[in-house]
Design a protein around this ligand. Structure first.
Ligand code: SF4
Ligand code: SF4
Length: 283
């Protein structure tokens, strides 16, 4: 009986041997046992480079919108954990990728980062089947009791104290933009945060510019964030970005009955209009 890792390699081999894709973007062994790194497999004989373990952390959907990669490899397959499949769905909705040119090898990692976590290859092979799997069987990772308590405590603070909390957090920001680079939904060629003609945001790591950048980032992701957690994981100064992302996702769910990345046919709330939209915020 084959291991999940062997199964993953076999799937990649089949796609390359059948000339269905030009490249399989997956995880390879990193420079430490607890690290993995993206690998780009272009020949069936090289499929053994792929690994599947609890340290497959990056959201590889971020590579799907890289123009240099797409120019070289028009037909791509990616190894995608369940949240990353949601990213593929949003990228298709936003017409950033052609669904006919992307294949997804879905995997599940029960407890990312835990060396004892089970890892499996999902049996579904088409995007329709994978979306159905997300709707039927996928449970986004729940917060631990400690995380939940911290978020609830934060949300119950009076507005002035909450503002002070976030100001203190954003003061730490280095403006390294790792949160943006790792995010599959941040694919703009030119980011407003770094434009200088006109200059919308102060680009230096300065409290005012930091506040503007972090608020802009969070709102730009509202209704689009697929809860992969990469932004928070890669932030070098440990800003709790997921508290903001989750809060906005909950607002979008409650106001628009919408969760990003489950159905490619569904209209995105901020890219569409419906006669029965809640308009009570319009003055
Ligand atoms: S904002 Fe963070 S959690 Fe949301 S999609 Fe981007 S990287 Fe993932
Ligand atoms: S990763 Fe953290 S420090 Fe870097 S720009 Fe984003 S919020 Fe700021």
């Amino acid at each position: 009986m084959s291991t999940p890792e062997q199964e993953l390699r076999e799937r990649a081999r089949e796609l390359l041997e059948g000339d269905e894709v030009d490249v399989v973007v997956g995880y390879g062994q990193g420079n430490r046992p607890d690290r993995t790194t993206p690998v780009f497999v272009t020949a069936a004989a090289a499929a053994d480079q792929l690994v599947l373990n609890p340290f497959c952390r990056n959201d590889l959907a971020a590579w799907l919108t890289r123009k240099d990669l797409r120019a070289k490899f028009p037909r791509m397959a990616i190894v995608a954990k369940e949240p990353d499949i949601r990213a593929v769905v949003v990228l298709i909705q936003e017409t950033q990728i052609d669904p006919g040119a992307v294949r997804v090898i879905g995997v599940r990692i029960d407890r990312p980062g835990d060396p004892d976590s089970p890892c499996t290859v999902l049996p579904q092979t088409t995007l329709d089947e994978l979306q159905q799997h997300l709707r039927d069987d996928f449970q986004p990772r729940a917060l631990t009791a400690e995380q939940l308590g911290a978020v609830e405590k934060l949300e119950q603070l009076p507005p002035a104290e909450r503002w002070a909390y976030w100001r203190k957090q954003f003061d730490k920001c280095l403006r390294c933009y790792a949160c943006r680079s790792g995010c599959p939904m941040c694919y703009c060629d030119q980011c407003i945060a770094q434009m200088n003609q006109p200059q919308w945001l102060d680009t230096s790591a300065h409290p005012l510019g930091n506040m503007a950048w972090n608020i802009t980032r969070a709102f730009h992701l509202a209704g689009r964030c697929i809860n992969c957690g990469e932004c928070e994981r890669v932030c070098p100064v440990d800003i709790p970005l997921m508290a903001l992302n989750r809060f906005l996702a909950r607002q979008v769910r409650d106001q628009f009955d919408f969760q990003a990345g489950y159905d490619v046919e569904e209209y995105q709330p901020f890219a569409s209009w419906k006669p029965d939209d809640n308009e009570d915020f319009i003055l």
